[in-house]
Design a protein around this ligand. Structure first.
Ligand code: ATP
Length: 249
């Protein structure tokens, strides 16, 4: 029950002007039972696509995704209430003028009493060291402060599973360390994509994605080594005309 099951999943999208759909993820099956899982790989390899399957943001073209016993397509509302999803860009997630209001908005369903809700929001902001910024416009916050706020707003409702799409991109060294400690202390199952290999090394299991395929699935140290080897091979191609945005094929 406390696992994430991808069964014969693939993701294809229609491309304008072409009869041939583009494959974002090739057929794969996985059962994820570990508490801490990282998805690593090159830009455009398919990490976010894989994560977005977990809360029904992307519907699989084939197969099923079942998160802690809940089907991501047939029971999308329940899956979304169980799965907290933190986006790479916090501004695509923070919708209220201030952090306090945003956390209170997250809590509106679970805490009906407004005074109680305000107290809970205050406690959540305090837990993340964000209380002094609670009433500042989100547009006046730094990128890292916004990223932490987006995480706090999602954790406020205590989801069963936490999905983090590149959670440390905007964080300084100290906040990255705080994020690592926060993740280590959470009760939730956590699945994240990251380019921060130190963060990936903390995980119980690492998936390496390359051109829409899971090319490695195993321990963190071996996963990071595999990804480094893939990068080294791609860099060798630079001498043969590869460009910055090229996706390995
Ligand atoms: N709706 C779509 N239509 C066409 N192509 C798409 C669509 N969504 C994603 N893609 C393409 O699928 C590929 C995988 O995208 P995805 O966002 O999963 O990559 P990623 O591994 O998370 O990359 P990054 O590390 O840069 O965030 C990319 O080449 C992207 O351009």
């Amino acid at each position: 029950m406390n696992s994430i099951c991808f069964s014969r999943v693939s993701v294809h999208v229609a491309v304008d002007g072409s009869d041939v759909p583009k494959t974002l993820l090739h057929d794969f099956s996985l059962e994820l039972t570990e508490r801490r899982i990282a998805v690593i790989g090159a830009n455009g390899s398919g990490k976010s696509t894989l994560l977005r399957l977990l809360n029904g943001l992307i519907v699989p073209s084939t197969g099923t995704v079942v998160v802690h016993g809940v089907d991501s397509v047939s029971d999308v509302r329940r899956v979304r209430s169980n799965v907290g999803f933190v986006f790479t860009d916090p501004l695509s997630q923070l919708v209220m003028p201030t952090g306090r209001e945003d956390v209170e908005l997250s809590l509106r369903r679970s805490v009906k009493n407004s005074k109680e809700r305000a107290a809970r929001a205050e406690a959540v902001l305090d837990r993340f060291g964000l209380l002094h910024l609670a009433d500042q416009s989100i547009y006046e916050l730094s990128g890292g402060e916004r990223q932490l706020l987006a995480l706090a707003a999602v954790l406020a409702v205590d989801p069963t599973v936490l999905v983090l799409d590149e959670p440390s991109t905007l964080l300084d060294l100290r906040n990255r360390e705080l994020l690592r400690r926060t993740i280590a202390g959470l009760d939730q199952q956590v699945i994240m994509s990251t380019h921060d290999l130190d963060l990936a090394l903390d995980m119980d299991r690492v998936l390496v994605v390359e051109s829409g395929r899971i090319v490695f699935d195993g321990g963190a140290a071996d996963g990071v080594a595999r990804y480094r080897a893939l990068c080294a091979a791609a860099l060798d191609d630079v001498g043969h005309g590869a460009r910055l945005g090229d996706v390995p094929r």
